[in-house]
Structures are given as C-alpha cells and as structure tokens.
Design a protein around this ligand. Structure first.
Ligand SMILES: O=C(O)C1=C[C@@H](OP(=O)(O)O)[C@@H](O)[C@H](O)C1
Ligand SMILES: C=C(OP(=O)(O)O)C(=O)O
Length: 440
C-alpha cells in the first residue's frame, strides 16, 4: 500500500521518544535469565521486541505484557531455558535472533529458528563461527542463512574472540554464551559499538570486565556461571527513532520540535554529533537517568546544513541512522561523503543501495560506494516527486516520509507496514508535529 508525505511549512510540538529497541530486547532476555521477577516500564512494543518476548516465553521464561509499555518477566536462571515446542520466528529482527543464539548456545536445548525474507537473507556465520568454537551445534548451510536449528550445551568452553566486524550483536552473542560457559570469555573489540549488553548485565548484578588501553582493542570479559538478579527498570528513549523527528525539525522552515527522554550514550550519539558538525543547532536539556543511561530532551529547529566527509570514528555510533543522515545530506549545501560503513550492506536491506535509490528517485544526485555513499546536496531545494522502494526496511520508509515533509513535491513510499518493527507510534508522532502523511 503506497503512502504519501507532503511538504509542510513548519513542524511544531513535543513528543516522548519511544523505548529503546536495543535495551528492550535485552530487558526481556536478561529478565528471562534472571532469578526472580523483573518489572520494566517504557518498553518498545515494536514487532522485533515482541518476537524476542515470544521466544523467551517459548523457551520457558514467564513473560507478561501488562500494557502501556509495562512488562513483568520471571526468569528461569542462567541455564534454565528448555527446548521450545514450535519454531522460533524472529520476524525482521537481527538483534533478537542473534542475541538469542548466544543465549541458547549455553543451554541443553534444541530449537529451530527462522525469520522473514529479509532476516533469512542476512549473514549469521558471524555469530555461528564463534559459537561453534564454544561448542554450539547447528544445521546451517555454508552460507549461514536462516532457517536452521541449533543445539546448545551446558558445557560451552570460554573463548577469546575478536569479531572481524564492528558489531554489538556479535559482541553480545559471544558474551551471552560466555555467561554460561566454563571459564572467562573475552571479546576484543577494535572499534567501540553500543554497550547496552555490558551496562545492563551489570544492572542485573553480573560482573563484566572492560579493559581499555590506548591504541589497543577494548577487552570485554565475562566469567561463566554468574547469576542474574531480577531488577526494576525504566527503559530509556530510543536515539535511533528520535533521529527521524529531530531530522524533520532541522529540515522544516520555522520548525520547533522537541523530543523528550532520549538516551544519551556516546556509543549511540553519532547522528547527533554529525548533524551538529553539518550546522544543526540541537538543544539538549538533562532529563534524568533510566536503566543506568543518561537521558536528554532534544530541541530541534531549522538549520541550513553543509555537506561533510563524515569522520569514520562516528560510524558505529550512528550505524542505523545513515538513511536519515543521507536525507539531511540531500538538503545540505555541498557534498557529503560516507566511508567505512560497509556494514550497511547487511542490514534489513542493502542500505547503501536503498538509500542511494531513495535519493535518486527524488531528484538528488547520489552514488553508492563499496563502504558508503556520496550525496550532492541541493541546498534546501530537493525536488521530491518520487516513489521510494523500501525493500521492507523500516528505516528507509521513515527516512523517505521525513524527506517528503520538506521536498518541493510529495514523496511516495511503496509500503510502510514494517515501521511497526521499531517505531509503531511513528505516524502518530509525525502527525502531532503537523506532518501531512496519508495512505494513497
Ligand atoms: O545490538 C544491537 O541492539 C544492535 C546492533 C546493531 O547491529 P550490528 O551489531 O549488526 O551492527 C544495530 O544495527 C541494530 O539495530 C541493533
Ligand atoms: C539494523 C537494525 O535492526 P536489526 O539488526 O535488529 O534487525 C535496525 O533497527 O536498523
């Protein structure tokens, strides 16, 4: 079903950021491994997270959705999960499927895993390779694509592993397997990635070592056999979802957009840092802590941006924000160059190709490179008028709809149903700000 976003003169208003997707997955997983009953509020209730909850429940945890973002999870203890009766379907979610593989590796269980078309085309060898070294058995073919089944073991061996990719999902899967392995598992991380697994595990009482030395990979260690203790926590707001609203504020003349309760964590703040480097003037006001994370209220208003070469040190901290950054680049003056972001090719879609095609369909000169893209900015005047193919990728769909609020002509999108995977309130929040987005 095609949806259209039409240009508006201004966007104004305040909305609360939805619960962070990464933290919501982890809350359900860790709550299900803990001893006792955990309570969470402010959870994201997108399809990706719901599927992680369903998987934990099928494996034996008691997972209750109480309504309005509140959840109650009674855990089974670190080695207490058991084989599910049916297939575990992770839908569109790389995070849910990959973190759960790490968890299941350390349990005496067999499970069949699958996902939607997009997830079944994403690489899983990055997870299977280290987990097999630890003792996991699986039926995956050489290409390592879902569906396959895996059989875990209560006797995993700890390893020291240096992931070849900058990936929090790989790091987390290995650490979670390490939680029930014999010995101390160490992940050597060359480039910092989001650290929610480390932080949140500590909140559950797990000892996670982090050793940083200048010029060397960070060594993150976890001793097997530790117990998680149930917690009460509020989930912080999602900076990746908030980025769409903040970008809409920057693009729209005479706008005044506020997004409240956004997690501010240096491993997630790349988009905001880069937007400021391009000339945005984002306001930040302290908004207290949630689950050990700082939160801020972000104020966003119109700015004429300048293209830049995005410094590669920001890439991991804004990995999901490149499609919306490309929209900012389209409105900027001059060229924007992204390098070092080859991981974009293995997300829900090939986000380099999908992003470039989204811009070109709307009259913007852009080209893909093996590890990024180059955008020629239109200095505020983006033609629009195109039909964007989302390739079932939520971040492409939301980026295109935000772009359409400020183009010369409406922007159409082939399908928006998958936005529910990460941001079910997106359309409602955009409507609150005054966007003109409708079906047809
Ligand atoms: O650990 C996580 O919660 C995530 C890690 C990132 O993936 P990679 O680990 O593949 O970079 C990110 O793209 C994803 O949206 C969420
Ligand atoms: C890449 C993403 O998620 P996942 O890997 O969990 O599917 C995303 O949300 O942009």
């Amino acid at each position: 079903m095609v949806w259209t976003s039409r240009p508006v003169k201004s966007l104004k208003g305040a909305v609360r950021a939805p619960g962070d997707k990464s933290c919501s997955h982890r809350a359900l997983i860790f709550g299900g491994l803990a001893e006792g009953t955990s309570h969470f509020t402010g959870m994201l209730e997108g399809d990706d997270v719901l599927r992680t909850g369903a998987a934990m429940s099928a494996l034996g945890a008691d997972v209750k959705r109480l309504g309005g973002g509140a959840w109650e999870v009674t855990g089974v203890g670190t080695k207490g999960l058991s084989s599910p009766a049916g297939v575990l379907d992770f839908g569109n979610s790389g995070t849910g499927s990959r973190l759960m593989m790490g968890v299941m590796a350390g349990h005496a269980l067999t499970a069949e895993l699958t996902g939607d078309k997009s997830l079944c085309s994403r690489p899983m060898n990055r997870i299977l390779t280290p987990l097999r070294q630890m003792g996991l058995k699986d039926t995956a073919g050489p290409d390592g694509r879902l569906p396959f089944s895996l059989t875990g073991s209560k006797n995993l061996q700890a390893i020291t592993y240096a992931p070849p990719q900058a990936s929090a999902q790989v790091k987390s899967a290995v650490l979670l397997a390490g939680l029930s392995a014999n010995g101390t598992t160490i992940v050597e991380e060359a480039k910092p990635t989001r650290d929610h697994t480390e932080r949140m595990l500590r909140g559950f009482g797990v000892d996670v070592g982090v050793e940083r030395k200048p010029g060397e990979p960070t060594r993150i260690s976890i001793k097997g056999g530790q117990t998680l203790r149930a917690i009460e926590a509020a989930i912080p707001g999602d900076p990746s979802s908030a980025a769409f609203l903040v970008a809409a504020g920057i693009l729209s003349p005479a706008s005044d957009v506020q997004v409240d309760g956004v997690m501010s964590n240096p491993t997630r703040s790349g988009f905001y840092d880069v937007a400021n480097l391009m000339g945005a003037h984002l306001g930040a006001e302290e908004a207290g802590e949630a689950a050990g994370e700082r939160q801020i209220n972000i104020a966003s208003g119109y700015a004429q941006l300048k293209g830049i070469h995005v410094p590669e040190r920001y890439v991991a901290a804004m990995i999901d924000e490149f499609p919306i950054l490309a929209v900012l680049a389209a409105f900027a003056e001059g060229e924007t160059v992204v390098t070092g972001a080859e991981e974009l090719r293995v997300k829900e879609s090939d986000r380099i190709d999908a992003t470039v095609a989204m811009l070109r369909a709307n009259g913007v000169e852009a080209e893909g490179t093996p590890d990024g893209f180059i955008v020629q900015g239109c200095a505020g005047k983006v033609p629009g008028g195109g039909l964007v193919q989302t390739h079932h990728d939520h971040r492409i769909a939301m980026s295109a709809l935000v772009m359409g609020t400020a183009t010369q002509n409406p922007v159409r999108v082939d399908d928006i149903s998958m936005i529910d995977t990460s941001y079910p309130d997106f359309l409602a929040h955009m409507a609150t700000l005054g966007a003109d987005i409708s079906e047809g």
